[in-house]
Write a protein that binds this ligand. Structure first.
Ligand code: KIV
Length: 285
């Protein structure tokens, strides 16, 4: 079983094999994704909203990201593990960018990092690539920029913004980024970019012409506790299954139906006899 590498993805694009990526955050779900043959396990900064209960991704820290990346890396055998650089871990300085992306590889066990932005964060991206760190780009709706964008909105609807995104994609390819996530943009724009560059594009809300697709595991399993965005397809509705299991457990504990003898341990009969005899003798002396 050959490990998926940053360099393998380009070969997949060349032979027209779609790339499957999932955002996961812990060992048990990463193990299931690995067993299902998912190519890339992204430890996304969506960790903030999906797992940690934050309103958005902006307050996620490097320590939180590294902690979860360690767990995901332990489950990954074939899949490429990508750590997502959180807000302000690469924007303030090039030194921050190199040090923090290095932490994903040294401490987290990831093989690559993802960074939101194009020419606006180019110095940081170039320094990471020059340090030997494989970098995945992220263009379109970049959630770390929501306050500048005025919310979670489709990007690249006008010819001006579409042109900027195309230029960003070409620039990222030129400086050695190995793949680019295209989030929430018209499918025509994602297709133009995918046809224009040789590195693979991985879409989320960007139509079917990208070289791969990424979604958040909790969204596709129906576990995110909210109405999913238009671009999500739910492959299961686990929230209902989990809710029923938890209600059943509560009811059985309250009603004295759990545990039964099946879930209990017993003293071996000989030892039980001895113990009862000893207790009886002690009580009568
Ligand atoms: O944080 C994340 O999970 C992501 C993906 C949805 C692309 O950035």
């Amino acid at each position: 079983m050959d490990r998926v590498k940053a360099t393998t993805l380009r070969e997949m694009k060349e032979r027209g094999e779609k790339i499957v990526m999932l955002s996961v955050y812990d060992y048990p779900t990463a193990r299931l994704a690995e067993e299902a043959g998912v190519d890339i396990l992204l430890v996304g900064d969506s960790l903030g909203n999906v797992i940690l209960g934050y309103p958005d991704t902006l307050s996620v820290t490097m320590d939180e990201m590294v902690h979860h990346t360690k767990a995901v890396s332990k489950a990954a055998k074939r899949a490429l593990v990508v750590g997502d650089l959180p807000f302000m871990s690469y924007q303030a300085s090039v030194a921050d960018a190199v040090r923090n992306s290095g932490r994903f590889l040294k401490e987290g066990g990831a093989q690559a990092v993802k960074v939101e932005g194009g020419r606006n964060v180019l110095k940081s991206i170039c320094a990471m690539v020059d340090s030997g760190i494989p970098v995945m780009g992220h263009l379109g709706l970049t959630p770390q920029w929501i306050h500048q964008f005025g919310g979670y909105k489709l990007r690249g609807k006008t010819s001006g913004t579409a042109r900027m995104i195309i230029e960003d994609a070409k620039t990222l390819e030129k400086v050695g980024v190995f793949s680019i996530v295209l989030e929430c943009m018209p499918w025509e724009l994602a297709k133009l970019i995918t046809d224009e560059i040789e590195i693979p594009t991985i879409g989320i809300g960007a139509g079917s012409h990208c070289d791969g697709q990424v979604l958040v595991l909790h969204d596709i399993l129906g576990l995110s506790g909210q109405y999913p965005p238009k671009f999500v397809k739910q492959y299961a509705k686990l929230d209902k299954v989990v809710a029923k299991a938890l209600q059943d457990f509560r009811r059985e504990v309250k009603g004295g139906k759990f545990p039964t003898i099946k879930q209990s341990y017993e003293i071996p009969p000989e030892e039980k006899k001895k113990l009862l005899a000893e207790l009886k003798q002690r009580a009568s002396s």
